[in-house]
Ligand binder design. Sequence first.
Ligand code: SAM
Length: 379
Amino acid sequence: MSNDNGSIKMVEIENKGRALVSSRPLNAGEIVLKDCPILLYSAAPHATAAAAAANYCANCFRTIPPHSATTVPCPNCAAASLFCTPHCQSIALSSSHTPFVCQSLIRLRAADSPLLHHHHDRLIQARFLISAYNLATASPSHFQTLLSLQGEPIKDEESIFLHSVISSILPASSNLRQIGFSLELTAALLAKDKLNAFGLMEPFDQDVENRSVRAYGVYPRASFFNHDCLPNACRFDYVDSVPDLSNTSIVVRVIHDVPAGREICLSYFPVNLKYSERQVRLKEDYVEANWSDNEEEMDQEDDDMDGDDMTGDDDNMDGEDDDDMAKENDDFPHAYFFVRYMCGRDNCGGTLAPVPPVDARTSSVMECNVCGSLSNSED
Ligand SMILES: C[S@@+](CC[C@H](N)C(=O)[O-])C[C@H]1O[C@@H](n2cnc3c(N)ncnc32)[C@H](O)[C@@H]1O
């Protein structure tokens, strides 16, 4: 179930498609959306029994503590899929880990195609397809929601290969024909996944430069946020913590005050990614590319940034070369964004958002959406 408390609404924007805009003025730190996934799948589909045992629940993706007394395996694929509690096991057996998924995963692990096992991305895509085709039967309405998301089928070498893999591993007895199993549908599903899936990341570790993805999820409302390199919102997830909502939900908060009617955007990439790397990722992942980063948008962001004096002397932001990123993006809004909203902790690159306002009063406490550290914006 998603919850956007009426603070945002969906609109169509020319050249961007559907978008979420503020329905009223929003205070810095305000939560604009809490969204639950309609589909979650592991980013480690090749996990062996030993690896699974050391890792996380195959249903809720929480870390399973070593020697946990409540851990139970799947009754069919045994230690290859573990659940943190009998409750998680019981939910999974009728939703994300049905006999259909279980049998398909056993065959996927046994498939002897080097083209599959030597390409981690393909294995993950095959894992996604198993979950997506399972969704068609386990939750037809969620399957329709998945199909309604952005993404046109592309029948290329990749989708043809993955369709043939999946054709050989999905259980023959299932009602695949009824749900329209075809190359066309496989290609459409792959496109939905590529453009819309969010990664649930491993918790921050200062010694690790690039955090890995633990699981991917499709969030039906959050999928309508468009990208901006200078976003006005960021998302928080809590996969290993126990907040007052499901641990796989994501929460989106605005990072500064936003007037009514303004588009709310996320950055699809870590905000510390260099401009040139961002352009490569946009081209690779979102064929349209060359969105954003135009003068007009920067001017608008300039107006947005929570009332601070933006007209002052910006020489020391523009000209100094002690900051690689500011140098590459040598314009005032980028430099301002980095200084004010980017976490300074080593290997973090997270975005800072104020903690949610109390009685409409913006907090000066900023929280990082990656490492979780708290800082005072007035310091
Ligand atoms: C996750 S979806 C966002 C919602 C999408 N606009 C829709 O109509 O469903 C990602 C897609 O939105 C579009 N998009 C996102 N950010 C954009 C931007 N800054 N400029 C243009 N198109 C954008 C691209 O088509 C991209 O593949």
